[in-house]
Design a protein around this ligand. Sequence first.
Ligand code: SF4
Ligand code: SF4
Length: 415
Amino acid sequence: MEFSEIASLFKCNKCGSCTSVCPLYQNTVNEGMAARGKLALLEAVADGRLEAGEAVRAKLDDCLLCGACATNCPSFVPTTDLFLEARAGLAKDLGLPLPIRLLLRALAMPGALAAGTPGLHLFHKLGIPQLANGPLGDKLPPTLRAMLRSVPPAPLRSYRSRVKRAESNGSGARGTVGYFAGCFMNYGYADAAMATREMLGRAGFSVEAPAVVCCGVPHRAYGDLETARSLARKNVEALEKYDHVVSDCASCGAMLKEYRHLLKDDPAYAARAETLSARTADIAEFLVKQDFPKPEFHTPLRVTYHDPCHLVRGQGVKSQPREILKAIPGVEYVEMKGADVCCGAAGSFCVTHPELSEGVGGDKADSILETKADVVVSGCPSCLTQLKAMLAAKGSTVKVMHPMELLAESYRTRK
Ligand code: SF4
Ligand code: SF4
């Protein structure tokens, strides 16, 4: 296994600051969970003292890729970049396990996701995922419980099936937006995606629903860089004609902004990817920058906010979602303890590491409950699914919403 910036691996001075912010270390007090432990392993691999095999991969997989260690490292060790590079090296040398290969292949095929959505919808209608949070939940094997909890609401009709591909919304007086409805938003949270579309229209932009594919974030996380690049090229082609590109999924938005690095060595796409990444914004970042029209109707709710890792650390978007929530008349905003600590979802981590995920997610649910909020808001569909499951497991009825759902509702509600 080789590292492009081997020197940065050896910059770690073993100070341990990363242990104090690592949600997995905090839950387990296990050195292998924190960046310091993982970097020690990678140093041993780089020195030839340890074989880069399945045991090393298992340790690297014990990670939410939340980025808290990188942000808080006094030596500026690019921990998560190193972990991703090591995962890619291992995927190349060892291949990926069959279930992961099948998952990544399905995500790269929009037709497969579209075919599965009615089934997920029916699953929810029958109340099967909810079983994981009832008295039966604790008796289920952790992986099965986690799989049930990870099922998004999945309305019958996806976002893109509700809007015609090139049908514009809004006057377009302020330009065009290619709205990137990622897999989770398009199929799992289509109502929230419709709210995003509505808000972009209200702000004066013409919105289209281009035929994009998966952003590639799961492929990159598992080290399948070849597929991640192939998906990135397709998305560059689908989105480059728009004045702005907007995402309402923290992970998709962070990945689109990452295309400039992912495709930097591709002569046909490097400049185009650079332009696309520069044009991409998260919906909250975009609306605040564009001075969105403020709602007038009263929405009397106590609201708290959870920072998705890929938004707060991945994109540096922290104040904008809070600004939006505070602009809604009647909203009493209350900050939760550790709002920027990972919720434990981390894509498929919640299924591959159910107990670790539940430990971190349970702490997050406690922080939400302490605020006595009516609603918790977050701009990431993976976080929304985890927060719903973790709150339901505690018998809570706190509502979980995407910020665009609450904002769009506040234009319509007269109370
Ligand atoms: S905070 Fe940075 S330098 Fe300190 S142990 Fe962690 S990775 Fe190493
Ligand atoms: S990325 Fe998050 S979970 Fe992984 S080692 Fe760093 S702080 Fe811990």
